[in-house]
Design a protein around this ligand. Structure first.
Ligand SMILES: Cc1cc2nc3c(=O)[nH]c(=O)nc-3n(C[C@H](O)[C@H](O)[C@H](O)COP(=O)(O)O)c2cc1C
Length: 172
């Protein structure tokens, strides 16, 4: 049975929600990382992601500048780092270093990949559109990486106020 309710209330039922880390490197060579929950596939051939990223984010400014970024799936062991990446701006600090995130150079794009993530997708900016109040960044995947540990699980947002946790499959 369905009961009509406020949009805000119904939206509280959306969890679990994906969370990704988006890394960028500005023209001066400074790396940054941010947490993004508004993410989806936007194309399968070629593979594209769409990310909702606020204009105030350092990441947004870096993407405008370089047109490149990496979409990284944080593992269940990266909740603290993901929360940190999503709670302060990277304009005047080195969040990757402060969070202790291990990085290595990507193959094609000029942004770092996260060594301990479940997977990393190097992206080139395709377009930015703004149908509502949040810019949507569409990026084409040009190279991909996966963690050699196949059992490593992704981290999700499982409740409001950025409650992060793994999602388990319940066996019947
Ligand atoms: C779990 C989580 C999900 C988030 N999702 C988004 C999002 O989808 N879009 C967005 O603009 N900000 C989102 N944020 C907030 C940004 O990560 C935050 O503003 C960050 O400080 C921006 O970093 P930057 O300025 O260094 O790029 C999220 C934060 C957390 C903790």
């Amino acid at each position: 049975m369905q009961k009509q309710t406020d949009i805000e209330k119904a939206l509280l039922r959306k969890y679990p929600e994906q969370v990704v880390l988006v890394t960028t490197r500005n023209k001066e060579g400074k790396n940054n990382v941010m947490a993004v929950g508004w993410v989806a596939m936007a194309s399968s051939e070629p593979v594209m992601f769409v990310l909702g990223i606020d204009e105030q984010a350092c990441t947004y400014q870096n993407i405008i500048e370089t047109k490149e970024f990496v979409v990284s799936f944080p593992s269940e062991k990266m909740a603290k780092e993901t929360l940190f990446a999503g709670s302060v701006h990277g304009y005047n600090r080195d969040k990757i270093k402060e969070a202790g995130l291990k990085v290595q150079n990507a193959e094609i794009v000029n942004a770092p990949i996260l060594v301990d993530a479940v997977a990393n997708f190097e992206c080139r900016l395709v377009e930015i559109t703004k149908p509502g109040d949040c810019p949507l960044i569409v990026g084409e995947v040009v190279a991909a990486w996966e963690n050699s540990n196949k059992k490593l699980k992704r981290l999700y947002t499982v409740g409001k106020e950025h409650k992060l946790a793994p999602v388990r499959v319940i066996k019947k």
